[in-house]
Structure formats: C-alpha cells, structure tokens
Design a protein around this ligand. Structure first.
Ligand SMILES: [Zn+2]
Length: 315
C-alpha cells in the first residue's frame, strides 16, 4: 500500500488514516466500522487536521458521522488533541493514559513554539520543524470518559475489538487496538515505521514485551502510530532496534560515558536510514535512568535542546 496522505481501506470496515512523512506530530489514526457502529482509533495533533480526517471518514462511511467510541492509544498530543471534535463519543483509554493526558497541554506547546527563539537558532529551527506546522491555539483538551487497566474487549457491530494495555513503554499508558476477526492491529506509538521510536517512559523491557504481544497476534495488517501501513516484519525490526540501543547504552554506561556522549557514540548500524535519529538522546536518557544513573535526569526542555543539537550536528 502506498504511503500517501488520507484514508486507506484495509477491507471489512477497517480503515487507516495516514499522515506522511510520519515525523514529529504526523501521526496515523484508524476507523473500525460495522453497520451503524463505529470506533475511532486516535485523533490528530490539531483541530483542522482532525476535522479533515473526520470529514473524509464520513464520506467513506456514513455511520462515521456519529462516532460511538473513540480510543486514545496514549497521551501524546498527536493522538488526542483533536478529541473535542468527536462529539458524543465514549472516549476510552487506559487509566494511566488518562492520568498522563493533562501533563503536556496544547497551550504549553503553543508557548514552546512562540518562545523557541529565546533558546537560540538551533533549538528554534528544531522546534519549528517539529511543532511549527500545527495549530495549538484554541484546543480544549478533552479527556477520556471511560478507563480500564489490562484489557478491555469491546464490540463494534458484530466485530470484537480488543484493547490491550502494554505500557508503560513509549508513554505511561500505551494501548494496542486489535481487531482479531479482520487480522488488523492499530499499534499507536508502540510502532514507528522508518523512524526512530522515542522512549519517553520505559522500561524498555515492557516495550519489547509489547512487540512480542503484537508478534503473537497473527495479524496480516499492522497500522503503526507513525509511518506506512506494514506487517509483522516491522515489529520485529523495531524489537531489534530496542535491544540494540539497550545493549549499546549499557556498554556506554558501564564505560562511564555521560549520557550526552553516549547519545552521540551509539552506532545506529542497521537503523541509520530511519528518520528522527535525534530521538536517541531521549532513549539514552531514559535507559540511563533505568540503569541507575545518579545524575539528575534531564527535563523536557533540556531533552529538546539536546535533540536539536543532535539533529543539527548529524542531519
Ligand atoms: Zn505519535
């Protein structure tokens, strides 16, 4: 399936909405429909993008004019900032996702974009590239109305849809949306395709386990949180990446390298073609915490400064 912007029909009432190029903020979403019943997987980073997607879904599936259930796979804004436009829907997320959702409100990102110049040209250019294309003003963050832990099995018409909590991993409350009857899984940001995953939360072992849970699903179609529609081979590749950077970061940690130096030193080998390589800075910082690094962990602004510098030094 070609990687183009818009709605992709996966068959049997399952759809994916893709936003190339899948870099910062350009997330995917999904729709599962059967008869009059509809379930939306995630909204997008801002209201215009979400409105455009909902209109296209209504054109393809008239029942999507009134979405019954919205599932947020996790708390990052590119998966939930458009929630307010899905009026009347039950909004479902893991309990941990719901707790995390207020942590980075849209106004904070609006402020970050507006004030980026104060951090100098390198950070400013990076923040503009990552967040400049989106409209964070005027968003009313709309939280889940129903939460669960572990697993929640739902019905969409005659279809069974399994929500499987696999976080904390990428974030605190990551959820997979599995449609077993149609051999489809929507992974949220447990899977990035052709881009570096970002380990905001960890532990990394949970993320590896999440990959194993997907690999055990026996699905044909995998819709990642970012990147083109794929199959289980991409899940294996991501699993390999996680084990690779864990081993490399541990080697650096045991050699006494500060985390900034480790982020620069780690060879990306098979993964050098993946985009957004600056995310290694966050991944190493999270791993160092896991390893017991006594250094004060970097705050979000410091992480963005570090990523900006890395992106600048090795674009
Ligand atoms: Zn995302």
């Amino acid at each position: 399936m070609t990687y183009r912007k818009g709605l992709h029909d996966l068959g049997n009432g399952c759809f994916a909405w893709l936003q190339p190029d899948g870099s910062w903020g350009w997330s995917n979403a999904g729709l599962v429909a059967d008869g009059d019943a509809t379930l939306l997987v995630d909204t997008l980073f801002d209201l215009p993008l979400t409105a455009e997607m909902l209109a296209a879904m209504r054109d393809a599936v008239p029942a999507a004019a009134s979405i019954d259930t919205l599932v947020n796979t996790h708390a990052n804004g590119d998966h939930c900032y458009g929630n307010e436009l899905v009026e009347g829907a039950v909004i479902v997320a893991s309990e941990a996702c719901a707790e995390e959702m207020g942590d980075v409100p849209p106004a904070l990102l609006a402020q970050l974009v507006a004030g980026a110049d104060a951090f100098g040209p390198v950070v400013s250019a990076f923040v503009q590239r990552a967040f400049g294309p989106f409209q964070f003003e005027g968003i009313t963050l709309t939280p889940p109305t129903e939460t669960f832990t572990g697993e929640s099995v739902r019905r969409v018409g005659d279809k069974e849809v399994r929500l499987l909590e696999v976080g904390p991993a990428h974030t605190r409350g990551d959820v997979l949306v599995h449609v077993p009857g149609d051999s489809v899984v929507y992974t949220g940001d447990i899977l990035f395709v052709d881009g570096h995953p970002i380990l905001w939360e960890g532990p990394i072992a949970n993320w590896v386990r999440a990959c194993d849970a997907i690999l055990a699903m026996d699905v044909a179609t995998v819709v990642p949180g970012h990147g083109p529609i794929t199959d289980l081979s991409a899940v294996s590749a991501l699993r390999g990446y996680l084990l690779h950077i864990e081993a490399e970061a541990r080697r650096c940690y045991e050699a006494g390298l500060p985390r900034e130096e480790a982020a620069r030193a780690i060879a990306l080998d098979d993964y050098s073609s993946w985009g957004d390589a600056e995310r290694i800075a966050v991944n190493v910082a999270t791993l160092y915490q896991e390893f017991g690094d006594p250094a004060q962990p970097p705050n979000t602004v410091e992480l963005f400064q570090l990523m900006a510098q890395l992106a600048h030094d090795r674009p």
